[in-house]
Write a protein that binds this ligand. Structure first.
Ligand SMILES: *Cc1c(COP(=O)(O)O)cnc(C)c1O
Length: 350
């Protein structure tokens, strides 16, 4: 049973009745024979939205990243990314395990790094050095508190990366959030990138799926890996229909999630010992840091559970709240108010 107000992640959304209806109506065929019209339509739509030649529907965002690295890298190559990146810390070291590539993390609390930092991390070609092969950016940065890379920063990374012969990759799990928050189309964000993907199962509210995009040659190669990894499906149009529905109906409304995250943060302002991160909430992710507090996150979580509210707990001093389409403004207002009360009560009792 999930709690009444679940802020653990934007993955906790359930497919709506309208989305399920769209899924049940979808024309389908065998994806592997190129005969599933709904999957084709989703791939075409995402390629267009990301300004790429082609796209590929995959079961998860993790597989989008893994396949991109498998296509871009050879064994012994190096992938440069932020030390807070999902690819570095939350994907079972897939690129290392399966592509034989190692990560080179750039220290970056907000998940954003500069062209200068990238340049410093790129290794000069030497027999004894790993080959710098890929730079990977995460838009928005999850551990960075949903921070949005400015367009100019993205373009700088693309220019520097390509200038050094690197493949330039975007983990765009929440690129739709970045597009809505910045007011710039997704294709603007991915300009100059060799590969990029969006997750359907985060803020867009689908039960499953990610779509990876790039050049026609890149996607051709990605197909081999999709089969090899067991990611090729059959009547995947049932799932792709959810994606098409979401891109049509759930994209612009991400702005509500961003408003709600800011509301949540504002309800927690001025509580002793609590630091809300980021200071300027740009999208749908809010971290609570209790390092300066006497309060334990697990204790707070228990009290929240008794009120039907759930946040993510990351150790005894850190919590995360993510807003999404299954939590209303009233839900968020209640969660923020109750949490503020619990934090004050706990601090007083400590
Ligand atoms: C969730 C997430 C992923 C992985 O996506 P899944 O669909 O859960 O496999 C990758 N990168 C970031 C930044 C994410 O938040």
């Amino acid at each position: 049973m999930t709690p009444a107000i679940d802020l653990i992640s934007d993955t906790s959304t359930r497919p709506s009745a309208e989305m399920l209806a769209a899924m049940s109506r979808a024309p389908v065929g065998d994806e592997q024979l190129g005969e599933d019209p709904t999957t084709q339509a989703l791939q075409d739509r995402v390629a267009e939205l990301l300004g790429m030649e082609a796209a590929l529907f995959l079961p998860s965002g993790t597989m989008c990243n893994l396949i991109a690295f498998l296509v871009h890298c050879r064994s012994g190559d190096e992938i440069i990314t932020a030390d807070t990146a999902h690819v570095f810390g939350s994907e079972g070291a897939g690129a290392s395990a399966f592509a034989g590539a190692q990560f080179r993390p750039i220290p970056s609390p907000d998940g954003i790094f500069s062209g200068l930092q990238l340049e410093a991390a790129i290794r000069a070609p030497r027999y004894r050095s790993p080959r710098s092969r890929v730079v990977s950016v995460e838009q928005t940065s999850n551990r960075g508190g949903g921070s949005v890379w400015p367009l100019t920063s993205l373009w700088e990374i693309a220019t520097v990366g390509q200038g050094h012969g690197l493949a330039v990759h975007m983990d765009g799990a929440r690129l739709p959030n970045a597009a809505v928050a910045s007011g710039h189309a997704m294709a603007e964000h991915t300009r100059g990138f060799d590969s990029a993907w969006i997750d359907l199962s985060k803020g867009l509210g689908c039960p499953v799926g990610g779509v990876l995009a790039g050049s026609a040659a890149f996607i051709e190669e990605a197909w081999y890996w999709k089969h090899r990894l067991g990611g090729a499906m059959r009547q995947s149009g049932v799932l792709a229909a959810a994606g098409l529905y979401a891109l049509e109906n759930n994209l612009e409304r991400l702005a509500e999630d961003h408003h709600n995250a800011r509301l949540f943060g504002s309800l927690l302002a001025g509580i002793d010992g609590l630091t809300v991160f980021p200071e300027n909430i740009e999208t749908n992710i809010v971290f609570l840091d209790l390092t300066e507090s006497a309060v334990d996150a697990h204790e707070v979580s228990k009290h929240l559970a008794a009120e039907g509210i759930r946040l993510g707990v990351e150790g005894s001093r850190r919590m995360r709240a993510v807003t999404h389409l299954d939590v209303s403004r009233a839900d968020v207002e209640r969660a923020g108010t109750v949490l503020a009360r619990i934090l004050r009560d706990q601090a007083a009792a400590a």
